[in-house]
Design a protein around this ligand. Structure first.
Ligand code: NI
Length: 203
């Protein structure tokens, strides 16, 4: 091998190593590319919304300057939603001392079945602070689109009223401007969620 070729080869290997190290060290850059575009729903979630609370009032995120934890689900959900809401309730118990700084929201992706009475009974069964939210089908579609939440009705031909809805199962954390801050994966221990929220509030 000629001297010049050897030199080029060494240079190539060195640059490759340097690039690899750079990428390795920047692995956490942009929170792992925003946790793979927030678990592959793609795009950055966020945005204000005005929806009806389980008490029949209007909740407008623009006038709520708290940190928000937002979960999209539906009350007929057999297992995923209850598990996550129990986790949310435990988190809220853990954060009792700062409860006035956090707004927990449950947004129904099933506005056709989840009327105020049903949502009201449902959220209160988990925690008194959780605000259940619903709206028109179009409103919910808009909020879900803004928050990059995929959900899809799965109709059972034999029992058309017994449909289920596949949906994203993560808890969003939003700041006072209702911008996305972070998210919580399913089955994250509630103490970890509580610690994360305390950290975010300190920023
Ligand atoms: Ni669910």
């Amino acid at each position: 091998m000629h001297m010049i070729q050897k030199y080029v080869l060494i240079l190539l290997i060195a640059s490759f190593a340097a690039i690899s190290i750079y990428f390795f060290q920047n692995k956490n850059y942009h929170q792992d590319n925003l946790s793979t575009k927030v678990e592959n729903q793609e795009g950055i979630p966020g945005g204000h919304f005005a929806l009806t609370t389980h008490n029949g009032e209007i909740y407008n995120s623009e006038s709520d300057k708290n940190l928000k934890i937002i979960y999209f689900g539906f009350t007929f959900c057999p297992d995923v939603c209850p598990t996550t809401l129990i986790n949310m309730a435990n988190t809220l118990e853990e954060l009792k001392d700062i409860k006035n700084e956090i707004t927990p929201l449950f947004i129904s992706v099933d506005p056709e079945r989840d009327n105020l009475e049903i949502i009201s009974e449902y959220v209160s069964a988990f925690h008194p602070n959780i605000i259940g939210l619903t709206g028109s089908v179009e409103n919910i579609e808009k909020v879900a689109a803004d928050w990059k939440v995929y959900y899809k009705k799965e109709v059972n031909e034999d029992m058309p009223d017994n449909y289920t809805i596949n949906h994203l199962d993560i808890i969003f954390i939003a700041n006072k401007n209702n911008n996305f801050v972070d998210f919580v994966r399913p089955n994250t221990p509630y103490k970890d969620i509580a610690n994360k929220l305390r950290e975010i509030l300190k920023r």
